[in-house]
Design a protein around this ligand. Structure first.
Ligand SMILES: [Zn+2]
Ligand SMILES: [Zn+2]
Ligand SMILES: [Zn+2]
Ligand SMILES: [Zn+2]
Ligand SMILES: [Zn+2]
Length: 236
């Protein structure tokens, strides 16, 4: 009977030992060794090791020893993923300063040249005016870029004012018809720009008769021959 029990006990122990090999791992041990090593320290982490179980099995989770060195944003790399702003006509392309680890900071640096201006805007604001509208031509403005920069190229607006013949300026230049004994002189109206109109106005007194062979060439008035002289004709 005792032998039977001893046999049973040994079987039980053997079974127990066997089931011990298939225990549930418990990854809670922090061991710093070449076996548990996971990654070297970097900017954001200390040296990392995997947790392990009493049996030596390694878990997926890691723990850190020490602290990360912190980022050192000192690299000026021109890379698409570090782009802060594309180049415009006002500034070069901007990139974030980066750390060796691949992270980038907030500070930026510029690289390359600004884009050329695109002078395609017809902006008729006062500051872009080159010359105001006149009687015969519209106002002339400089083309501008979206950024406000002015070109030396210009465009003309169709807003010519047209002549206004309202100025009376009786001079030899504006004379349309000399004064005669029949009426006063006629002059052309002027526009403020100096252009002469078609319409005329009369100005001044009628002139005296102009006699040739004792007869006025304008009104046929006859000069009395008994006077003995022809009225001298004065140049107008
Ligand atoms: Zn285990
Ligand atoms: Zn870093
Ligand atoms: Zn521009
Ligand atoms: Zn005019
Ligand atoms: Zn006359």
């Amino acid at each position: 009977m005792k032998r039977t029990f001893a046999l049973f006990l040994s079987l039980f122990l053997a079974f127990s030992l066997c089931s011990c090999k298939e225990h549930t791992h418990n990854f809670t041990l922090k061991v710093e060794s070449a076996d548990t090593f996971f990654a070297e320290a970097d900017c954001t982490h200390g040296t990392r090791y995997r947790y392990c179980c009493e049996c030596g099995a390694l878990g997926e989770e890691t723990f850190e020893v020490g602290e990360g060195s912190g980022h050192d944003f000192c690299m000026q790399l021109v890379r698409e993923d570090f782009s802060a702003a594309p180049a415009t006509c006002e500034h070069s392309a901007l990139y974030y300063i980066s750390c060796l680890c691949g992270e980038h900071g907030e500070e930026t640096f510029s690289f390359g040249n600004p884009l050329p201006h695109t002078f395609d805007r017809q902006d008729t604001r006062e500051e872009n005016l080159k010359s105001a509208a006149s009687c015969t031509t519209g106002a002339v403005y400089f083309y501008t870029c979206a950024c406000g920069q002015k070109s030396h190229l210009t465009f003309t607006v169709d807003n010519a004012t047209g002549h206004d013949f309202c100025i009376m300026n009786p001079t030899p230049d504006t004379l349309a018809k000399k004064a005669t004994c029949m009426g006063s002189a006629e002059y052309f109206y002027l526009c403020a720009c100096g252009e002469r109109g078609e319409e005329t106005f009369t100005y001044g007194e009628p002139a005296s008769h102009k006699y040739i062979n004792y007869s006025c060439i304008y009104c046929d008035d006859i000069l009395d021959k008994s006077d003995g002289v022809e009225t001298p004709i004065l140049p107008y």
